[in-house]
Every structure is written in structure tokens, then in C-alpha cells.
Design a binder for this molecule. Structure first.
Ligand code: BGC
Length: 263
């Protein structure tokens, strides 16, 4: 790949993945997209208010030596518009309107770059994982408590595509097709796949992606449900598994800081 900026000697960044049940983080080697050290995890405080979450991120970072100037990225499971949380489908509603970058940045005493969790995972899959090298439109869909989506066109992330909340058959898609919906309703793989077929079929009709990548914890069991889907585009499991959020957050923070080694 062609460097878009002069590569700086700093080739690592720190990623933090803020989720509903855990906050995970690790330094990331930006050349390979691998974790440079084993990740640490701390349970998400409840209630997950901005101050409590920020303090937990600070505790987590405190477990590593993170040299000054290292880009730090955090994911957040909601709409993140220029660092500010704009929705709260599955997080404490006090986040709406809060600048994640300000709250977490002041707890850490260093600048922080905040991005949507699916955007981070999607960027990581395109840069280092299942969609590496794919030209055209890649749609990464994370199936978890909610449904997160990331749209990447020719390697460029188009942020904040909230396609998990498409209204399909009169309901918010994630309430029927998320992994949590499968567990909540005790659906068989076949029953869940029928809902996924409807969901991915609508996505395909709207966006005609060249590739679908499916992430989220359930992607470990992709062979149980992906073969049941019938779509025009190939659909493959994510490759970075539970590191995708950390890796994407770190890579996007480095890119924002102008330290990305490649585009
Ligand atoms: C949120 C998205 C998020 C997804 C996965 C959805 O409910 O609206 O912003 O990416 O869950 O966490």
C-alpha cells in the first residue's frame, strides 16, 4: 500500500472498546493490526454514566505504560458525531449530547478520539481482516446486543451508518435480528436465519455491497447461520473477532492524529 503521509516512527496506538458489559483495551501494532500486549478488561460500571465510564477507562489505561503522544482511540456503542454521543439505544441515556472525547480525555489527561463501535470494527476488518484488499463497497454488520453497521467504500469509512435501526416490517430491525433477540426469544439457528435473511436482503436491495462481513460475538458460530443465507454478495465472518473494536479504535485514532502508516 502507498503511504499517504510520511510514516512516523510511532507505529502503535492504544485502543479501548467500551461495551455494555465490559471495557477492554490494549496497545495495537498499526503495521499488522495485532495487539502489541494482551488486552485488559474491566466490567462496565453500572449505571454506566459518563463519569463512571471515563474513570474506568482511566483505570484500564493505568494498567499499561502508554507513552505520551500515543494516539488513544475509544469506541462507543451509539451514534458518535465528531466525538459527541448522539444516541443511546443500549447505553445510559445521560450520554446523549455528551462529548465522549472531552469526558474521557479529561479523565485520562490526554486527547482521545471517539468513534462508533461498529465503525471501529468495520475499519479494522477492512484494513487488517476479512475485507482487506476488497475494492468497492463493504458492509460490516455486527450482531450483538444491538446491530451495528459500518459502510466502507474503496477502503474509506463513511461514518455513522446506523442501519441496525432500519424499520423493517414495522419494527426496528435490531429488535428482531440482533444476537440478543435470538437469545431472548430462544430462536433456533434456522428461525434466526430467516430473520437475518429478511434483514440482509433489505440491506442488499438498498446498498448492493460487494461484500458483507458479519461481526459480533456470535460470528464465532458463523457456520451455524451464514450458510443458511441466500444473498447475491458473498457474506463472510469477521476475522479479528473480539479485538476488532480495539484495533479499529487505535487505527482510527492514529489516522486522526496524522500518524497512520497507511490509508
Ligand atoms: C447502536 C449503534 C451501535 C450498535 C452496536 C446500536 O443499537 O445504535 O450505534 O453501533 O448498537 O453496538
Amino acid at each position: 500500500m502507498t503511504p499517504t503521509r510520511a510514516a512516523l516512527p510511532v507505529a502503535s496506538a492504544f485502543g479501548v472498546d467500551i461495551g455494555g458489559s465490559g471495557i477492554k483495551g490494549a496497545p495495537v501494532d498499526l503495521a499488522t493490526g495485532r495487539l502489541a500486549k494482551g488486552r485488559e478488561r474491566i466490567a462496565t460500571p453500572q449505571p454506566a454514566t459518563p463519569a463512571a465510564v471515563a474513570a474506568t477507562v482511566a483505570e484500564l489505561l493505568g494498567r499499561f505504560e502508554v507513552p505520551e503522544g500515543t494516539p488513544v482511540g475509544v469506541t462507543f456503542p451509539a451514534v458518535v458525531h465528531h466525538g459527541v454521543a448522539r444516541s443511546a439505544a443500549n447505553v445510559d441515556s445521560s450520554w446523549i449530547g455528551t462529548s465522549i472525547e472531552d469526558v474521557v480525555g479529561s479523565a485520562l489527561g490526554r486527547p482521545v478520539h471517539a468513534v462508533n463501535d461498529a465503525d471501529a470494527a468495520g475499519y479494522a476488518e477492512v484494513r487488517y481482516g476479512a475485507a482487506a484488499g476488497t475494492r468497492g463497497v463493504v458492509l460490516v454488520v455486527t450482531l450483538g446486543t444491538g446491530i451495528g453497521t459500518a459502510l466502507i467504500a474503496d477502503g474509506r469509512l463513511v461514518p455513522s451508518f446506523e442501519l441496525g435501526h432500519l424499520e423493517i416490517d414495522g419494527v426496528d430491525a435490531e429488535t428482531r435480528a440482533s444476537s440478543a433477540a435470538r437469545e431472548r426469544e430462544g430462536l433456533s439457528w434456522q428461525e434466526w436465519a430467516e430473520r437475518l435473511q429478511r434483514y440482509f436482503g433489505v440491506l442488499e436491495d438498498l446498498l448492493s455491497p460487494d461484500l458483507f462481513v458479519v461481526g459480533g460475538g456470535v460470528s464465532k458460530q458463523a457456520d451455524q447461520f451464514l450458510p443458511l443465507l441466500d444473498l447475491r454478495a458473498p457474506i463472510v465472518p469477521a476475522r479479528l473477532r473480539n479485538a476488532a473494536g480495539i484495533v479499529g479504535a487505535a487505527a482510527l485514532a492514529a489516522r486522526a492524529a496524522g500518524k497512520a502508516v497507511t490509508a
